[in-house]
Write a protein that binds this ligand. Sequence first.
Ligand code: NAP
Length: 484
Amino acid sequence: MTTTQPLTDQQFLQRLAEQAGKDGTKTFAVTSPATGQTVVDVADCNADHARDAVERSVKAFDNWRKVNPYERSRLLLAWYDAIMAHQDAIGKIISAEMGKPVSEARGEVAYAAAFVQFYGEEAKRIRGETFSSQFSHKRLYAERMPVGPVYAITPWNFPAAMITRKVAPALAAGCTAIVKPAAQSPLTAVFLAYLWEQVGGPADALSVLTTRDARGVSEVMFDDVRIRKLTFTGSTSVGRSLYAQAAKTLKKVSLELGGHAPFLIFDDADLDLAVNEVIACKFRNAGQTCVCTNRVYVQKGIADAFTQKLVERVAELKVGDPANDATEIGPLVDAAGLEKVQSHVKDAVNKGAQLHIGGNANELYYEPTVLTDVRAGMQILEEETFGPVAPIILFDTEEEAIHQANDTPYGLAAYMYTNDLRRMHRVSEALEYGIVGVNDGGPSAAQAPFGGIKDSGLGREGGHWGLDEFLEVKYVSVGLREPA
Ligand code: NAP
């Protein structure tokens, strides 16, 4: 049952503060990047807690897999209602723990909840297949079964959505899940699990391990053969190492990794649309998004007009306290993140890039920045910047644009702006990416496949593809021959 009076963010924090350390578990402080102050202390789980979570998850799996899919669906949809009833409170918690502007954080909650709703509906639609045999006395079919207990590791940049994108399809499929959220943003994960229990979801079907010992906790999961799947969102370097570790117990693996999205704007594009969408695509979450564009390619004929309009719009962006409803750009998540952004801009300027606006930091706040004369050999074109910096690169021909867009080890998202239908097909087919937005800078949706190729990962989240990642196929052959 949903609580009649939704908790406020302060009531939720109060609950956490009362619980912290009560059972003797050590705690750690979650701090706000905006203020540097402690938001609240949470449990610092260790390997023993991880082993206990595995035991509970394995036991819960035995029951949860047998729960009727219509009941699983009902619980997921009740969870969706509870999340939406707490949209404001969860949004404020996201904002407090990792600095996302609160209005954007509320949007993330709705996006996160959409996965719970979608997979709540899909839970009833897990289908098998029958197929014919060359032998008349046989009947053949394939059914789908849950893969087993799942271990999910999530990053700090989308503390709600990266969890529901994994956990909702896992629960819909009949799997149980153990989530290890990023140490920087564990509060949202705890909030989501609390709501799951509030609506009657079995507690051990979804556990959260908040910890500063990601490695120690994860080793327990990698060593235990009963954890049948790793689903990870984070950096390519960590993903690569987890992939190798998961091989020990041959787990099924999904990896949502880094990106380096090109944004191609052709001479025939609608300029105002392209400018507005670069703003939305580049600057949301202060540029700390895996699908944020990191390279804006503009055809030479419109380059000056585009740059002028972009700089004007960037100048209007409101940087400030993420708790303020009007804020559009909050702080970066931490000092390491800021240092990376600063070093990319410095490297580009040292190598000849022109700074049109921005380029300064105040504590963890980095001004939205536009660079032109960006060219090959600059760090910003090779590594994820994860900050509010738009580098503009000029091109002459379609071929040149495609070549430069694909010239990266990453393959997550790409964007292209054109009004020419033939070009739209030619270019989108040539882009080596898992996601292409055509005149659309925000293509993500719960019902659509999200994921990358090359160094951007393995597998897909969202849509029926996302559910398949948590299902195994069981083939059954039935012999009908009468006894002799
Ligand atoms: P990260 O450093 O790879 O961390 C991601 C998660 O992995 C965190 O929970 C982290 O825990 C954990 N982790 C780190 N080292 C580990 C280890 N040795 N063993 C087990 N777990 C470990 O990435 P991030 O900086 O948080 O997130 C940003 C990255 O995520 C960017 O590269 C971004 O592109 C990517 N991302 C991709 C997608 C996508 O869908 N493709 C979506 C969002 C973000 P701690 O917090 O405790 O270190």
